[in-house]
Every structure is written in structure tokens, then in C-alpha cells.
Design a protein around this ligand. Sequence first.
Ligand SMILES: Cc1cc2nc3c(=O)[nH]c(=O)nc-3n(C[C@H](O)[C@H](O)[C@H](O)COP(=O)(O)O)c2cc1C
Length: 344
Amino acid sequence: MAGTAVFKTVLAPMQDITVRPFMALLASERYGAPDCFVTEFLRVHSTSGIDEDIVETLCDEPPLGVPIVLQLIGEDIEALLRVAGEALTAFPRTVGIDLNMGCPAPKVYKKAVGGGLLKDLPHAFEILRELRTLCNDFGKKLSVKCRLGFENTDALPRLLDGLCGIGLDEVTIHGRTVRGLYRDPVDYKSIALAARVLGEAGVPVIANGDISSAEKAREIVGETGCAGVMCGRHAIRNPWIFRQMRDEKCIPTFSDLFDYIVDLEAVVKREGDSRERVAARMKKYLNFVGTGIDADGKFLYGMRRSRTPEEIFEIAQKFCLGDRAELPFPREAYAGVIARPNCE
Ligand SMILES: Cc1cc2nc3c(=O)[nH]c(=O)nc-3n(C[C@H](O)[C@H](O)[C@H](O)COP(=O)(O)O)c2cc1C
């Protein structure tokens, strides 16, 4: 692994994506690990436990020793303390707990969890104070991942003021409101404001939202004064993105990208899965990979119609091997090629 980035790099938590095999793949020599992983969110309520994917992610030594943070989503203080305590006891290698205050799915925020917590800041701060005490008892970190507000950014000063007083180890700001989903332009000016206010209280801020390349990461860190960046969809599309933040000479080719697509089959495969099931799981990743393959979205079109991994590889071969094999894989996605038309 060449060099170190001058800022912190984090892989964003993503449901059904940031499972242990994907973290291990990114951490392998072929790609490039971030400085920290965060699990997909674990939904916490009065009777919830720790689900299988989270157990698999946390139960062993983290891949290449990259620290893993457990993300929780919930609003019931007692339940959050119980599950956090159980997880930190069962998986002592977990470096900390992160509270999700940003999920924009209506079925989530309507229950006043995730992004819904931004509508009730006193309750959100109470949860955080209690989790702070618990994490201190375990000698673990506590962080928050939040958006800029619910409908708009009017309450951002109140949000930042409250977060300053809790003793958080880190705050990640996704520079959109909950209503802005994944589509609105990212408001890096508000992220810069958060970095300044929280920075004065000694809390590092990580910038999140459309950090699409190593170049953009450097630019945004410079512009906002953040301590680091968190990348989600663009790290699925370009698994070299964190390495490129440390090493400008890392230039993968389309042939390397083909190998990545082959590696993804191993990431998603579970014992007893049908070939159709494996293909369906691969598509969750390939929807994002496809935004960097061709400007007309033809790879995505063919990939979405494939029923098995073999059919996917056939399409991938057409776009990644032959004449294109030695071409550099573009650092940015193609504008207008949409990963998930119904979501973004
Ligand atoms: C498929 C998918 C699943 C996600 N799941 C989570 C999650 O479990 N927890 C969370 O805090 N954010 C989740 N997010 C949001 C991302 O962590 C991140 O904030 C968002 O994608 C913006 O960053 P990006 O532009 O780098 O992708 C998810 C995003 C996507 C696309």
C-alpha cells in the first residue's frame, strides 16, 4: 500500500453492500482499504438482537486490521444501550458505535429514527449523552452520521451546538437534508460550517456526499477544512478510490475492472444460493460500477437483464476486455448514467 492520505478515509455504511466480504475485498492488496469501515445500520428496538451479517462482520479480526465501527439506528434509549452493550461485550474488537441520524427512507424516519431524529433534537442529544457514558465505560469511541437537517438547514446551528456538548469522537456530515435524499446537490458550504463549529469544540468532521474521486476528496478537504472524507457509491464503482487518495500513480485498467466484477461474485455468494440469487446480489454492486463503464448506460442495460453471473460476465467481457482491456478505467462516473433509477 503506497503512502498515506493526509486526511482520514472512511467507507460509508451501506445496507446489503458493506458486509464483511466486501470490506475484506477492498482491504486486499489488489484494491485499497480506507482507514476505517462502518457496518450497515443495525436496527434497534425493544426486542431486537444482532443480525447475522453484523455478527459475521464483527466476529473476527478486522480485514488487514482496518478498524470497524458498528452503526446503530433507533430511538429507544434503553434498547440502544442494551444492544450497544451486548455488541461491545460480544465483539470487543469493535472500535466504536456510530448513531445513524440521516436515513431518509420514509418507513424509517416516520418512526422518528435515522433522519427522523433530526426532527426531535432534544431526544437525539439525550440518546447521544447516554451512549457516550456507555462507550466511555467500554473505552470505545462514539460518533454520529447525520444530514444537515430534515426539511431544510434552519436548525443546523442548533444541531451543531448540541453535538459540540456531547464529547463525540467524530461527526460525519452527509451534506444534504433528509428531504434531499441522494439527489440534491451536496452543500459543501454547510459542511465547512460544521467543520469549523465542531472543530472549535475539538470534534473532527468527516465530509460525505458525492466524493467521487481522489481529486475531489483533496479539493473538498481543502475547501471545508474537514478531517477526512467518507465515500459510499463511488467506492463501489471504483474500489481503488481510497488507494488513489494515497497514491496518485494508481491507474487501474478496464481489465482490472473485469477482475473486480469477477471478485464480486465471491463477495456475494452464500452457500446454497441459486445462480439467479447470486446474480441479483451482484447487481446491487454493479448498478454503481456500471456508471463508470460507458457513457450510454449500455452495460447497465445488459447487466440488468442478465439472469446469472455467467450472463453478467459475458456482458462485462464485451465492455472491459478486448480492445478496451488496457484503457484506464475512468476516475469519474459518466454524467447522466443513473445507478438506481427508482432511488436516485
Ligand atoms: C445502497 C445504500 C445503502 C445505504 N445504507 C446506509 C446505512 O446503512 N447507514 C447510513 O448511515 N447510510 C447509508 N447510506 C448512505 C451512505 O452511507 C452515504 O451517506 C450516501 O450514499 C452519500 O455518500 P456517497 O455520495 O459517497 O454515496 C446508504 C446509501 C446507499 C446508496
